[in-house]
Design a protein around this ligand. Structure first.
Ligand code: NAD
Length: 333
């Protein structure tokens, strides 16, 4: 039996991971730690509430984390906790550096002091900066870090801290850098739920002026499987990219949403790009595929259809969250 501390467990990917893990390993102990910022809600864990231990708290609270690691005999720490919204990072960058860099360092320190079998850190493709729209280039695990936004820079800082704890203190760490996730339970500030929930309310979809800018998309369940694979088979000290190679532009996402809901494309409304809007990210994920045997399973066309349907069928989940969103796209001051 293994004991896990999953941080940011009440957010989008963290809650999917807790569900995924307990589905596969029902006898394991999962301690779900989350500060419950505007982006986290315990309802995301409702279906696993009786099989996990929920603790409201900050990853930056060293004594709390140390106590949880000791009391629950934690073997694996999986760190999802972060401020995760690029647009909010323009309005309030400090909270990003506080949680993503200093919070991660506090979690690393507690993990080192107590001694854990593995510290796995969830990172992003965005630490590498962006790619031109017309290049064949991809980011590899050895590409230089060139973050361009406060969110990306704070995630990059966290990755450096994780590697430093491995090199200096021998903490057995692994890192995964993942492409853009989509799926159910994603806070309605991110592009797919934002477009879908607005369309369902008959409101215009705010499409950035650079509507050809594109992202690589992965279904959240494929991401969870990749993390599980790295926890079992990954080598300490290593970084693994998690990607699909499937790209879609902001404009194409808007069209998918409108077509699925049978609404006119005239609902698209051009808004100014957010400052520092990255053009494109694309990960080379050969390493995790060839060394660890992981590959994504959910086809994009099927996954996005089901995801749009989920928001259409689950207004009760997203409606109460709308007022919590601190950002209005286009208002950058
Ligand atoms: P999310 O915003 O939905 O969830 C983040 C969770 O962290 C929230 O529940 C929030 O309450 C919690 N949190 C924030 N600050 C905290 C703190 N100081 N202490 C404890 N909990 C705190 O984000 P997400 O999309 O689920 O992303 C999870 C992780 O995956 C993040 O580290 C993000 O950078 C990374 N990631 C996300 C994507 C994506 O497409 N969503 C892609 C690659 C990597």
């Amino acid at each position: 039996m293994t004991s896990l501390l999953v941080t940011g467990a009440a957010g989008f990917i963290g809650s999917h991971f807790v569900r995924h893990w307990l589905g596969k390993h029902p006898d394991d102990t999962v301690v779900a730690l989350d500060a419950l910022t505007y982006a986290g809600t315990e309802t995301n864990l409702a279906d696993v509430a009786d099989r996990s231990v929920f603790v409201q708290g900050d990853i930056g609270d060293g004594p709390l984390v140390e106590r949880l690691l000791t009391e629950h005999g934690v073997d694996l720490v999986v760190n999802f906790a972060a401020e995760s919204h690029n647009s909010l990072a323009i309005l309030d960058p400090a909270r990003f550096f506080r949680t993503n860099v200093l919070g991660t360092q506090a979690l690393l320190e507690a993990s080192r002091r107590v001694g854990v079998e593995r510290f796995h850190h969830i990172s992003t493709c965005e630490v590498y900066g962006d790619l031109a729209l017309d290049t064949d280039e991809e980011f590899t695990e050895t590409s230089p870090y060139r973050p361009r936004t406060p969110y990306n820079a704070a995630k990059a800082g966290a990755d450096h801290a994780v590697r430093a704890y491995h090199e200096t203190f021998d903490l057995p760490v692994t890192i995964t850098n993942c492409a853009n996730n989509y799926g159910s339970h994603q806070f309605p500030e991110k592009v797919i739920p934002l477009f879908t929930t607005r369309a369902l309310d008959g409101k215009p979809l705010p499409v950035y002026a650079s509507s050809d800018n594109r992202r690589e998309w992965i279904h959240v369940v494929d991401h969870c499987e990749a993390i599980e694979t790295v926890l079992f088979k990954g080598r300490p000290g290593e970084t693994y990219h998690v990607g699909t190679g499937v790209e879609a532009s902001v404009e194409q996402i808007a069209d998918h949403v409108l077509d699925e809901l049978g609404l006119p494309h005239s609902l698209k409304e051009t808004v100014p790009d957010r400052p520092g809007h990255d053009r494109r990210y694309l990960l080379n994920s050969d390493k995790i595929r060839t060394e660890l045997g992981w590959e994504p399973k959910v086809p994009f066309e099927k996954g996005i259809k089901e995801t749009i349907r989920w928001y259409a069928d689950n207004r009760d989940w997203w409606q109460p969250l709308l007022d919590r969103s601190p950002v209005v796209e286009g208002r950058w001051t």
